[in-house]
Design a protein around this ligand. Structure first.
Ligand code: AVJ
Ligand code: FE
Length: 441
């Protein structure tokens, strides 16, 4: 950002805003008005809520705060405040209708382009203003991923279409563990202009020797857990996990269904056999943890995950992405909803980390063992409700992004979080373990 002239920066931001809006439009234009206002699951908002919420945040943050312009629709601030109304209750609200919502977000966007054309983007205000626009792009992209999860929960004929991802590369599916030698590394970031408050500041963390899976856990791995009785044996589950399992009566990942001898799954309206070589997706933290216990392993801590994903032992530096500092390209990772599924393990050799691990970014979010907590020196920005109110033992951290995560909202430092019971998000995992002393010689 600092290397760009203000004019180049304005152009870059405008492109990102429009690219993002095309995605939101695609997700909301794919269904008719009735499906736009209906609730597809109590876990999710109606799609039309997400759309107008994106506009409302953009109005408050860019039109009012950055632009200093007068409010367009202060009367709807409360309706679209995520803290005022739970997702389950949003359909009952007097929300803007589909046409009104589209008109509203377009009006806000026009004003935003006007603000972008006039606001100082240099000197003292550069970082602050560039961040505000970047935050809004990321916010909309995050809601687009949420809307994609709503599409996955929706019943009915397929309305989203995309080509399948590439297949595994020669030798790519040879799986194992990679050893990350103990020592300090830099976790988090202070210099990344679009990094959100919870990724900051950069700080040194010591991590002991650990081994981590070279690839995410696959559906075939998960078949074995299920077949060996994993969902029926309390010994693999935490107390909280077992209570949740009994209450929710789970016996497989979300969207799976047994048909005779084979597992089938529903994927964006298509029913198909569960592909054995894809990362498992739509599992809760509890299921991931139970699998890891069953396999004699554990989930990686967040620090372990990040070190495996970005620490380069040849320079001692932490990279922006597993493959280096360059922004994601198609060859690096399955991001950005180019595909409507994870790629099989052993794809994207260009995206490997210095540790040797594959597919840390893209495909599926990966559950970690860690609670969502602030880094030392954390400062809430721009408001406490973005991250700070979620800190504590209730939320577990996920890392790496999924096939539905846009590159703008994905970095090796990016932190996602959710309740340990949630599985409608595109979440999978990989396992780790602490090596025995004899293994290190
Ligand atoms: C970071 C995905 C947990 O969706 O609750 C959207 C992102 N924050 N609007 C969420 C977010 C405010 C957040 N997650
Ligand atoms: Fe939001």
């Amino acid at each position: 950002v600092a290397d760009l002239s203000p004019e180049e920066l304005r152009g870059r931001v405008a492109v990102e805003l429009e690219r993002t809006r095309r995605r939101s439009a695609e997700l909301t234009d794919a269904v008719d008005d009735e499906e736009l206002v209906k609730q597809h699951s109590p876990l999710m908002s109606p799609l039309v809520w997400d759309l107008a919420h994106v506009g409302s945040q953009e109005e408050q943050w860019l039109v009012r705060d950055v632009g200093g312009r007068r409010a367009l629709r202060p009367d709807i601030d409360d309706l679209y405040d995520a803290f005022q109304h739970s997702r389950a209750n949003r359909p009952e609200l007097p929300l803007l209708g589909p046409g009104e919502s589209r008109e509203y977000v377009a009006t806000v966007r026009d004003k935003v382009h006007d603000v972008l054309g006039r606001v100082p983007l240099e000197g003292r205000r550069l970082v602050e203003h560039a961040f505000a626009f970047g935050m809004i792009v990321q916010h909309e992209q995050q809601h687009d991923e949420t809307m994609l999860a709503t599409h996955q929960l929706r019943r009915g004929e397929p309305v989203l279409h995309a080509p399948d991802p590439p297949g595994p590369e020669p030798g790519g599916a040879r799986r194992g563990e990679v050893l990350v030698p103990g020592g300090p590394f830099t976790m988090g970031t202070s210099g990344e202009p679009w990094a959100l408050d919870n990724e900051r500041p950069a700080h040194r963390v010591h991590v002991d020797d650990f081994l981590i899976d070279s690839h995410p856990v696959t559906n075939a791995d998960f078949f074995r857990f299920i077949d060996s009785g994993g969902y029926r044996q309390p010994c693999w589950w935490s107390e909280q996990g077992w209570r949740y399992l009994a209450h929710a009566e789970l016996s497989a990942p979300l969207f799976w269904q047994r048909s005779g001898d084979v597992w089938m799954r529903r994927r964006f309206g298509r029913v198909e056999p569960v592909p054995p070589d894809e990362p498992v997706v739509h599992v809760s933290f509890h299921e991931a943890q139970a699998y890891a216990n069953w396999a004699g392993r554990r989930l990686p801590s967040e620090a372990e995950w990040e070190k495996a994903a970005r620490f380069d032992p040849s320079t001692g530096r932490s990279l922006r992405y597993p493959w280096g500092d360059d922004p994601p390209e198609e060859r690096h990772a399955n991001l950005g909803q180019r595909h409507l599924r994870p790629a099989p393990v052993g794809t994207y050799s260009a995206g490997r980390a210095p540790s040797g691990a594959w597919q840390l970014v893209g495909d599926v979010w990966e559950w970690t063992a860690s609670d969502f907590a602030p880094y030392p020196g954390f400062e809430a920005f721009p408001y406490r409700e973005y991250s700070e109110v979620f800190f504590g033992p209730s939320y577990k951290v996920l890392r790496g992004g999924s096939f539905g995560t846009d590159p703008a909202a994905c970095r090796a430092t990016f932190r996602n979080w959710d309740l340990p019971a949630r599985r409608q998000i595109f979440a999978g995992f990989r396992c780790a373990r602490t090596p025995a002393a004899a293994e290190l010689d």
